[in-house]
Design a protein around this ligand. Structure first.
Ligand SMILES: Cc1cc2nc3c(=O)[nH]c(=O)nc-3n(C[C@H](O)[C@H](O)[C@H](O)COP(=O)(O)OP(=O)(O)OC[C@H]3O[C@@H](n4cnc5c(N)ncnc54)[C@H](O)[C@@H]3O)c2cc1C
Length: 370
């Protein structure tokens, strides 16, 4: 066995959650090793849709989402690039009166979060967004939500952590972990042996495997959103679009390509997933009805990815129920890219202060029992 490398904190998982935790910890002077089984930012954090929205988040998630909104405003200062982040607005479409009622109720429930939701329907909607199809009943606009390019943002968090002094180990999988009175001992598949005082489980859709090493079973399942991108089209969509009730989403980037998603693909093994032709057909049919300008667009690439889901719409964030010094932040589903920077900051709070100002009780691992 190789000699142990010692550090203050080891972070398992170099997605946007783990990499931002590494960055915030380094800015507070904490020694960090960030370890990833593949490349930092190559899993969900690098292949997602790129939606950076608060609209539609649950009341429990909104304080975290709101803090992330503030951090996204500082993205260039944090990671050195703007990540193609723009506050385009997020427009949530309602197909019928009932769905519009849900949007109206959401606006009432979330007053006080500063989202300034604007509801519109009929002629007013068509006038403001002429590319919306006539079958759309109404919509809710969150003017300051937006989108970004995950392929460049998430690896940039890891690079920023590296510049700030974090040690990064890629293509290195943690295969065993335990805690003794001396702290944590980790074994990696390449023979590396690490010791640390505190451990962060940021292993995304694989986070349940790490939690299980410490006697914590969680009902995490992996899901695989299907994604595609069109050929460059003349600019016509100037907001990030979702649909009440789900089912499809679309954003157009500066080069003209439209990024779309909304149905489920499938796993090919424990690491990779494919969208499948059927899911892509479903997405394009749904979007073609709501945004007619897309009907004849050619797709130039399709893909999918791995994200975790507990089925209750919430991740696990916070201290382990069994092991002092271990903090979990995994099982993020459609919200992890937007909230990731704020989760990283929260984890740095836990490590350096033992607490965080953002309510985390709803995300406790204890909600699944012991
Ligand atoms: C197709 C798709 C579309 C999405 N769209 C959006 C969106 O529009 N907006 C949004 O906010 N969210 C979206 N999400 C969700 C978002 O991408 C994720 O919630 C977020 O990226 C999770 O980040 P993470 O750091 O927790 O996980 P990941 O990015 O998956 O990172 C976890 C890392 O842990 C590593 N790892 C796992 N096990 C080990 C181990 N034993 N040892 C070492 N390393 C390990 C993995 O290699 C991986 O790099 C989408 C997800 C997908 C897949």
């Amino acid at each position: 066995m190789s000699e142990a490398i010692k550090t203050d904190v080891v972070i398992i998982g170099g997605g946007i959650v783990g990499a931002s935790a590494a960055l915030f910890l380094r800015t507070r002077g904490v020694q960090v090793i960030l370890i990833d089984a593949a490349q930092c930012g190559s899993k969900a954090s690098g292949v997602n849709y790129g939606g950076v929205r608060r609209q539609g988040r649950s009341l429990e998630l909104l304080p975290l989402s709101q803090r992330a909104f503030d951090l996204w405003a500082q993205i260039k200062m944090l990671i050195g690039i703007d990540g193609e982040y723009i506050r385009s607005g997020h427009l949530k479409l309602a197909r019928n009166r009932d769905d519009f009622g849900v949007l109206e109720a959401y606006r009432e429930q979330t007053r006080g979060f500063g989202m300034h939701l604007e509801l519109m329907s009929g002629a007013a909607l068509q006038k403001r967004f002429p590319w919306v199809g006539p079958s759309v009943y109404g919509a809710s606009l969150c003017p300051e939500d937006g989108h970004a390019n995950p392929r460049i943002v998430s690896p940039a968090f890891a690079r920023a952590a590296l510049r700030a002094g974090a040690v990064i180990m890629e293509n290195t999988r943690v295969v065993a972990a335990s805690r003794s009175s001396q702290g944590f001992e980790l074994q990696c598949d390449n023979g590396q042996h690490l010791q640390c005082a505190q451990l962060l489980n940021c292993a995304g859709a694989w986070g349940a495997d790490i939690a299980r090493l410490f006697g914590e079973d969680t009902p995490l399942v992996a899901i695989h959103p299907a994604m595609a991108v069109t050929e460059p089209l003349p600019a016509f969509i100037d907001v990030n679009i979702g649909i009440q009730g789900g089912g499809a989403y679309i954003r157009q980037v500066e080069r003209g390509n439209c990024v779309v998603g909304g149905a489920r693909g499938f796993a090919t093994d424990n690491n990779y997933a494919k969208p499948g032709g059927e899911a892509i057909g479903v997405i394009m049919q749904r979007l073609g009805e709501l945004v007619p300008g897309l009907r004849h667009a050619q797709l130039i690439r399709t893909w999918s990815g791995y994200e975790g889901s507990f089925g209750d719409g919430k991740p696990v964030i916070g201290p382990s129920a069994t092991t002092p010094g271990l903090y979990h932040a995994f099982g993020f589903c459609g919200e992890g890219f937007q909230t990731g920077p704020a989760v990283g900051e929260m984890l740095a709070d836990f490590v350096t202060k033992g607490e965080t100002g953002i309510p985390v009780a709803p995300f406790s691992i204890q909600r699944f029992g012991r």
